[in-house]
Design a protein around this ligand. Structure first.
Ligand code: AMP
Length: 632
């Protein structure tokens, strides 16, 4: 069997590692670097595919055929609001696929984001094989903790396309914690602060007995090193304009040089107090060539970018709140991502938590190292201590029932893998031939306010009265976070299922927003839920009253029949008004109908000599509006 490697497939850069004699080691790529830009391109001259630093280096001259930040699109839908903005920002061409996904124009072909990511992974595989001198066929790949099922599935597919057997998809913060071997020092709560090239994530984890549990995650999918670079570029452009009166923003080639210089200056200022930026022949005017030269002090840069660092703490506060943890309860702060090398970032993190952050493992490599250690455990490497992973679902999962309610099967923050079955689902009308299972994700009680992850139909239901068929619905999430939903007709044994591979997407921002919205709307939602319940109950009483009339036609007097029928009609007419239905009126009508039904029911059984008969209504019992959860 070939080697298993651990891969940190990043938005801007990737890193990969393996384990030898129980020790993790980062793999150097063919260019001799320990990180590899997650960039793919089609070379203008040779028309061949290139990946990594060579692709990144020709980005300006070949923008339409240089593919970067593809991780922002993996497993997502074209029409997703958070994707739209990103699609506008990238220079390569994209379009909506026939299934609503994203396609990228790659040469003369249209490919999916996972196919592009696969090309980065293929370079990683090839470079690792060259480094190790043996074949690599297995991998553990990391993803952000907030990635949803479809993003995880798409990442797994990317690995498969690249010829890798993806043994496990694990969360980036979990991998970072594994790299630190934090499980060895007893139970503790840790914060993983990850500031990379394009994104910021923070996670709160609980660790103990070799178990890692992600308690909460938060972050900003559009905050990273690139924003710091952009601030410096803007500063350079302003300075040049002041001095020379020329706006470099109009000149793409000059801008690319400024971008490279900005990143270089930012990195240099992590280890020195000032740096020289020197860009000869940056542009020219009628008087001749112009050069850009300036001295940038660390203190000046810090003023320019300080608010960007401060912004990360909004997410940190949110993550602490979601995990129900005070910052003083955090035992370790683990730093991940190249940007955490910036002294100001380290200092502000230290100030916030009141303790020295842990930076002993290289922040660019820590995630890959953790993934490699997990890979070694999965391969049965006896020299690596056993590690168990416990990740959690970021949002609740359930299905739509009772004309618009969210019925949760797996609550938010449930540890995965997990499986949950319920068999209290039934039909809403007589002879209903099929049920449509609408799989939902979110925290709101009304289905319409949550995300639809997918819908499937279970048909072939044998003709039966409403409420009689019984369905079992099972939600199963595997260790990679991939969701499978199955519905089974308990009468016929017929089954139908769906694996959520094209789910609606949820960026971390969106998760936070949804949770917040659920809190804010709690009282409004409660009111709406009550309205819905009044309507469902009214509908159910009409059903029971009609059943009573049918089942006991011979025992019910004409007068009683007319009274019940009139009430039924009044309720039906009111329900037919939909959203305009008068809820108070429905409540009154339902109560009146219920009383009448009790009267009629009592009379029927009295006449029958007090014996309990066949059907599901018992003598003198109050009619019951609870019939199980109706799936339409
Ligand atoms: P990552 O996505 O984790 O690879 O982080 C990449 C980001 O870290 C880029 O914006 C880099 O410019 C930045 N970076 C890398 N090294 C340093 C450093 N020594 N000081 C400041 N920023 C750095």
């Amino acid at each position: 069997m070939g080697k298993i490697i651990g891969i940190d497939l990043g938005t801007t850069n990737s890193a990969f590692a393996f384990v030898q004699a129980g020790k993790p080691e980062v793999i150097t790529n063919k260019e001799g670097n320990r990180t590899t830009p997650s960039v793919v391109a089609i070379d203008v001259d040779s028309k061949s595919e290139i990946a990594g630093i060579t692709a990144k280096n020709q980005m300006v001259t070949n923008p339409e055929q240089t593919f970067y930040s593809v991780k922002r699109f993996i497993g997502l839908k074209y029409d997703d609001s958070s994707v739209k903005k990103d699609l506008e920002l990238v220079p390569f061409k994209t379009r909506k696929s026939s299934k609503g996904g994203i396609e990228i124009q790659f040469g003369d072909k249209w490919v999916t984001p996972e196919e592009v990511s696969a090309k980065v992974l293929a370079k990683i595989k090839a470079d690792a094989e060259a480094f190790l001198g043996e074949s690599v066929d297995g991998a553990v790949i990391t993803v952000p903790a907030y990635f949803d099922d479809s993003q995880r599935q798409a990442t797994k597919n990317a690995g498969k396309i690249a010829g890798l057997d993806v043994k496990r998809i694990i969360n980036e913060p979990t991998a970072a914690a594994i790299a630190y071997g934090l499980e060895k020092s007893g139970d503790q709560t840790i914060a993983v602060y990850d500031l990379g090239g394009g994104t910021f994530d923070v996670s709160i984890l609980e660790i103990g007995d070799g178990i890692y549990e992600v308690k909460s995650t938060s972050g900003d999918t559009h905050l990273g090193g690139d924003d710091f670079d952009q601030r410096l570029i803007d500063h350079f452009v302003d300075e040049f304009k002041k001095e020379q009166g020329i706006d470099l923003k109009e000149d793409p080639a000059a801008l690319q040089r400024l971008k490279e210089a900005a990143e270089k200056a930012k990195i240099a200022l992590s280890s020195s107090e000032q740096t020289e930026v020197n860009l000869p022949y940056i542009t020219a005017d009628a008087k001749g060539p112009k050069h850009f030269r300036m001295t940038l002090k660390k203190s000046d840069m810090e003023k320019i970018v300080s608010d960007l660092v401060d912004k990360t703490f909004d997410s940190v506060r949110q993550a602490l709140k979601d995990a129900g943890v005070e910052k003083s309860e955090i035992n370790e702060v683990v730093m991940v991502g190249g940007m955490t090398r910036m002294p100001m970032v380290k200092n502000k993190v230290k100030e916030f938590f009141g303790k020295e952050p842990n930076i002993s493992v290289n922040p660019d490599e820590v995630v890959a190292v953790g993934a490699a250690l997990q890979g070694a455990v999965l391969a049965g490497d006896k020299e690596v201590d056993d590690i168990t992973l416990l990740d959690v679902t970021p949002l609740s999962l359930g299905l739509e029932v009772n004309a618009g309610q969210m019925h949760v099967l797996i609550p938010r923050n449930t540890t995965i893998p997990t499986e949950k079955s319920e068999d209290r689902f039934t039909t809403g009308v007589d002879n209903q031939p099929a049920i449509d299972v609408k799989v939902l994700q979110g925290e709101r009680p009304l289905a319409k306010d949550n995300k639809v992850l997918g819908t499937f139909r279970l048909d072939g239901i044998a003709p039966a009265a409403r409420g009689v068929p019984q369905f079992e619905v099972t939600f199963k999430i595997d260790a990679n976070g991939i969701l499978n939903v199955k519905a089974k007709d308990k009468g016929t044994g017929k089954e139908q299922d769906i694996t959520i591979t094209a789910s609606t997407q949820l960026e971390q921002e969106e998760i936070d927003k949804l949770v917040k919205e659920a809190e804010e709307n709690a009282s409004k939602d409660k009111e709406e839920m009550e309205k819905l319940k009044v309507k469902n109950d009214a509908d159910s009483y009409v059903f029971q009253s009609e059943k009573l009339l049918k089942d006991h036609a011979d025992k019910i007097s004409e007068d009683q029949k007319t009274t019940l029928e009139d009430k039924n009609k009044e309720i039906k007419d009111e329900l037919a008004k939909g959203d305009d239905a008068d809820i108070e009126k429905l409540k009154t009508l339902s109560n009146e109908l219920m009383e009448k039904m009790q009267e009629v029911g009592a009379k029927v059984y009295e006449d029958a000599g007090g014996a309990t008969t066949d059907s599901d209504s018992e003598s003198g019992d109050k009619p019951n509006a609870e019939e199980g959860e109706v799936v339409e």
